[in-house]
Design a protein around this ligand. Sequence first.
Ligand code: NAI
Ligand code: SOE
Length: 388
Amino acid sequence: MKKLNVGMIGAGFMGKAHSLAYAGMPMFFWPAPAIPHRKMIADVTEEAARDAAARFGYDGYTSDWRKVVENPEIDIIDIATPNDSHAEIAIAAAKAGKHVISEKPLARNAAEAKAMLDAVKEAGVKHMVAFNYRRTPAVALAKKYIEEGAVGKILNFRGTYLQDWSADPNSPLSWRFQKSIAGSGALGDIGTHVIDFARYLVGEITDVMATTQTWIPERPVQSDGVDKLGTVKASQDVPKKPVDVDDEFTTLVKFENGAVGSIEATRNAWGRNNFLTFEIHGEKGSLYFNYERRDELQVCFADDPVDRRGFRTVYTGPAHPYGEGLWPIPALGIGYGETKIIEVYDFFKAIVNDTDVSPNFYDGYQIAVITDAILESAGKNAWVKIEK
Ligand code: NAI
Ligand code: SOE
């Protein structure tokens, strides 16, 4: 069976999640399109790279990502670093003829994302942006129902991503709170997952009218580069620096196909953890999904008998998208890891079969255009049209 060598850049949270996905993919999906081989991992911190090579199963490690990109044996570059390095690494990887998968958001802004898109197009390599939540089987099932016309013409999309890991002002100023590294705050970090849902399930967004807030204007400075996601709090004597990104945003949206809706995200919603939801109202029914209950898709069909009509729960399993490879009984439990395994599976299929895959760098770029427009709208307090 064909083997594809992976070079991983970044050994933090996503370095781990993606490595697990490469190891797990052939265990779930067999025959696998190709066997992932974990060849080399890079992290700016040499110790982190060395530990990760041992823990995550790579042949070698380095503290210089360029050594991975230049390695002729490597087929795929996987970018799992903070957002400020995605563009530089992806462009170098494309120039070296490697297929590229990058974590989201694709870049800090639309200009960077466009340069990445141009580079992969010019090189003719496969490209993917890691909006993995759309690969939750219940989300893919919603897409199937929509395509089959089960809910009719879509009228409204309401999406949220609510978290509380940084609601405590003593959660440090990690890279996620610095515009120069992250690009934007809750908007780029978690709001973009909802924008991906909206585009995937409903269609292109044409107009936004937004507001943003920064609830905690300064935070204690963090001493190292890894974001511990609020699990390690700073002590009182640590100096503080300003936060220059949003903690929260809300936007109204209009879609090309006439649907309307709203998207919001916040990191200040006490009690909400990974509350990534959508509710879709169509002329013939409604769909509701909440990632905190990710085995379930709530459905209501208007043509059900009136005395039985109401939301009911479909638990995803073998009868549903990706069911052929996942667990054999509905509701055994889809995890975060499975969404990443499916992502890698689809990416490998695209490489081996020479087909397109989405979300790709075009989608990542379009989401960056929408992200920029949301910031512009909030700044101007006015509707902003999305450039195509
Ligand atoms: P993290 O803070 O846990 O880890 C980042 C790692 O990258 C650190 O070990 C750091 O030393 C390393 N690094 C930084 N610059 C580097 C460079 N130039 N070369 C090599 N290594 C470098 O960050 P996390 O959470 O893994 O986030 C990474 C990316 O993944 C971000 O773009 C983030 O938005 C995205 N992400 C996506 C998620 C999803 O659900 N799809 C979940 C979490 C993060
Ligand atoms: C932190 O908000 C974070 O890790 C995001 O960066 C991810 O994209 C999201 O999936 C989980 O939360």
